[in-house]
Design a protein. Structure first.
Length: 81
């Protein structure tokens, strides 16, 4: 069961939703404003790889923001350019 991250187009709230079914017929509602038109955002992976030999460019970074579920973190994992 995947957890998807969404951004509400109306109030710009970020939130996560655990998807129980794969059919895709489930309506997603923003917990802050009640809008039924959020957009799903691409979340990066939640693990870090080291190496690559180019120092700071190979260090993963994270962006944490408050969302209705507590906090949402997006990880930026370095890779080939």
């Amino acid at each position: 069961m995947p957890i998807y991250e969404y951004k509400c187009i109306n109030c710009m709230e970020f939130f996560e939703k655990l998807v129980m079914r794969v059919e895709g017929n489930e309506t997603v509602t923003c917990p802050k404003c009640g809008s039924t038109a959020p957009e799903r955002v691409m979340s990066a992976t939640n693990y870090a790889m080291t190496g690559g030999g180019d120092g700071a460019a190979s260090v993963p970074s994270a962006q944490t923001r408050t969302c209705s579920g507590g906090s949402c973190t997006t990880y930026n994992i370095p890779g080939p350019k």
